[in-house]
Design a protein around this ligand. Structure first.
Ligand SMILES: *Cc1c(COP(=O)(O)O)cnc(C)c1O
Length: 362
């Protein structure tokens, strides 16, 4: 009961992604998409992953503890340097001005030149700016090891042409930069872009994936991904109600006829997003719909006479996966993973440190 995080699934997804052709640069920001930094990083590191990406310095320091020999890239612009020097973190160059302003901290630091091809977040916005960054690094003998971008539209199903323009821009700028400098790593594709296997990204050394590692696709369903996140709860009460009766707060749901309602002791306060109610849950292999809203700590199902107090309810698992809910259009994958509260009892399966019955990460 509660949440199970299947580290074997993450291990398997890593292998299957790499079978497409490139090693994984693992994105483990936000506590590894809220699945747990230590178990996820430990698992991937044991599988041979040697590049990790996070957004903040604190996350970088945390990864360093569990992946002593790996390269750990911090994507946010850095202005506070003690953790970088202490933990040997890689840093992304956000702009030419940033580079010049931080020059006094950069000796020996492993730097990645980031190209902004359309997101307007961080990175060189023009080829000229990228060239100026490269020249500055070369003149100052800085340790420029990486070249990268992040595609804003790889997951968008209505913007293929615009995405293609971004890929073209990256391909053009990056091939010309590679002629002038030898980069140890070149990384661009997130999960969705990995699937596209665009030949214009043929010079990339790694795929920088997050959500695929955890078993979910933000675009079309990918049948070879193994979901790593399972959430079960149980029926805590059942009620046989008359036609016209309301359920839960407000009058949002009124029973059209006599019905049996099951109460679950889980709600949005536990991170069960209201978006989840658009698909049924499964009890003993049978589907039952939510009724009323999902409330802070409870939710309601319309069930039949077979359902009893104590029955197990699959909220997320093999019957309904995170990305099935995503495809209803009411929430995205990472959002559902990040929503889940650690208040919910949880355990890890398949960890190298796990003995069968115990969870060393609890
Ligand atoms: C989050 C993130 C990724 C991973 O994206 P997914 O769609 O989860 O694979 C890659 N690169 C950057 C810069 C990111 O912020």
């Amino acid at each position: 009961m509660g949440v199970t995080i299947d580290l074997n699934a993450i291990r398997e997804n890593k292998r299957r992604i790499e079978a497409l052709g490139r090693p994984v640069f693992a994105v483990v920001k936000n506590n590894a998409y809220n699945l747990g930094m230590e178990p996820v990083v430990t698992t991937l590191y044991a599988e041979g992953v040697r590049h990790f990406m996070v957004t903040t310095l604190d996350e970088g320091s945390e990864v360093r503890v569990h992946a002593p020999e790996a390269n750990v890239l911090v994507m946010n612009p850095v202005y506070e340097w003690s953790a970088v020097h202490r933990d040997g973190l890689d840093v992304a160059i956000g702009s030419y001005d940033w580079l010049v302003s931080q020059r006094h901290e950069l000796d020996g630091v492993r730097l990645h030149l980031k190209l902004d091809v359309g997101m307007n977040r961080f990175g060189a916005k023009t080829f000229e700016e990228a060239l100026a960054i490269l020249a500055f690094c070369q003149d100052e003998k800085l340790n420029l090891v990486g070249l990268c971008t992040h595609f804003p539209l790889a997951d968008a199903d209505n913007a293929e042409i615009e995405h293609s323009v971004h890929v073209e821009r990256f391909a053009d700028w990056s091939t010309r930069l590679i002629e002038r400098h030898s980069f140890e790593v070149v990384h661009a594709a997130n999960s969705a872009a990995t699937l596209q296997a665009d030949p214009r990204l043929g010079h990339c050394t790694h795929v920088r994936v997050g959500i695929f590692l955890y078993g979910y696709s933000s675009v079309e369903a990918v049948d070879w991904l193994v979901p790593a996140f399972h959430w079960e709860t149980e029926v805590v009460a059942v009620h046989d109600i008359e036609a016209g009766a309301h359920v839960g707060y407000g009058t949002g749901y009124t029973a059209p006829s006599k019905e049996r309602i099951a109460v679950l002791s889980v709600g949005y306060g536990d991170g069960l997003m209201r978006a989840r109610r658009h698909l049924s849950v499964h009890i003993n292999g049978r589907a039952f719909p939510f009724v009323s809203n999902i409330f802070m700590s409870h939710s309601f199902l319309r069930v039949d006479e077979t359902v009893q107090i104590g029955d197990r309810v699959e909220l997320y698992g093999n019957e309904t996966k995170i990305d099935d809910v995503t495809r209803t259009g009411h929430a995205n994958n990472s959002e559902q993973l990040c929503a889940r509260s650690w208040r919910v009892p949880h355990r890890f399966e398949g960890g190298i440190l796990c003995t069968q019955a115990t969870n060393p990460f609890a």
